[in-house]
Design a protein around this ligand. Structure first.
Ligand SMILES: Nc1ncnc2c1ncn2[C@@H]1O[C@H](COP(=O)(O)OP(=O)(O)OP(=O)(O)O)[C@@H](O)[C@H]1O
Ligand SMILES: [Mg+2]
Length: 247
């Protein structure tokens, strides 16, 4: 197996990390479109989406019933369920699994909420090591501007309002997300996450993302030939240029 095989499964696992508003979902969705157009089989999974804990999470959040520990455990349950059902099977079947947030999110957020770092690492010890973990690093101002620009209100928990840091959601967001950001720095170093400058344009970041993804696709089987552009059919053997071409 090559150097890009941290797990021994035939598929590939690519994860994105970063604070709220860092541009993870935007970039991952563009990557997904690109990979599918290149003929790869792709499976997507996102943080906090397992049906197993959905109602409990919703109720607990609404009534603010969680402590940092129980909040962390419910996310770990969500993750364990998705790991079994939505991450391992496609990896075993040779697909590319794209994960919007991974265990590193728990390491950063939950320790910012006061959970013990070693306890968290132990809790997630079963998590498959990704082939590529991208960390979209942005400053708090950029994140706040993006989030408040796109939405009416900051969500209670993303602003860390459960911690009673401030009664003003924006102030609370700044304090809480600064802690998360600091933890992300630590986590990025510890686990060797690939850091991207999340403040750059969508196109620049996507170009870099594709450049980073390309080497880990070597040897991976495609189910379809890369889709030819609609307007012109390239000559046999000609490679189609992606919409955002790699440098
Ligand atoms: N490079 C960029 N430059 C400017 N705006 C961006 C950029 N990337 C994303 N945005 C915008 O910022 C907002 C947040 O982006 P996105 O939803 O991708 O972030 P996220 O990291 O997935 O956040 P969350 O953790 O809350 O899901 C969106 O309105 C998006 O259109
Ligand atoms: Mg997102």
């Amino acid at each position: 197996m090559g150097t890009h095989d941290p797990h021994g499964f035939p598929g590939r696992l690519i994860v994105v990390e970063g604070i709220d508003g860092s541009g993870k979902s935007t970039q991952l969705s563009l990557l997904q479109t690109f990979l599918v157009s290149e003929g790869y089989d792709v499976s997507f999974t996102e943080w906090n989406s397992s049906p197993v804990v959905k109602n409990t999470t919703k109720r607990g959040k609404k009534k603010n019933l969680f402590s940092p520990t129980t909040f962390s455990l419910i996310h770990a349950t969500d993750f364990a369920d998705r790991h079994e059902r939505s991450i391992l099977p496609p990896l075993q079947a040779g697909l590319i699994v794209l994960a919007d947030r991974y265990a590193y999110t728990a390491f950063a957020r939950d320790s910012a909420r006061g959970c013990d770092r070693d306890w968290l690492r132990n809790l997630y010890a079963f998590a498959t090591r990704p082939d590529l973990a991208l960390y979209f690093k942005v400053d708090i101002d950029t994140a706040v501007a993006r989030i408040t620009g796109g939405r009416i209100q900051l969500k209670f928990h993303e602003a860390g309002m459960d911690l009673g840091l401030s009664s003003d959601p924006i102030t609370s967001f700044r304090i809480f997300q600064s802690r998360v950001l600091e933890e992300y720095g630590r986590v990025a170093e510890e686990f060797g996450l690939t850091v991207l400058d999340g403040a750059r344009s969508v196109v620049e970041q996507q170009r870099e993302m594709r450049r980073l993804v390309r080497p880990i696709l070597k040897g991976l089987r495609r189910t379809l030939a890369p889709r030819a552009p609609a307007a012109s059919v390239p000559a046999a053997g000609a490679r189609r240029e992606p919409e955002v071409s790699a440098p």
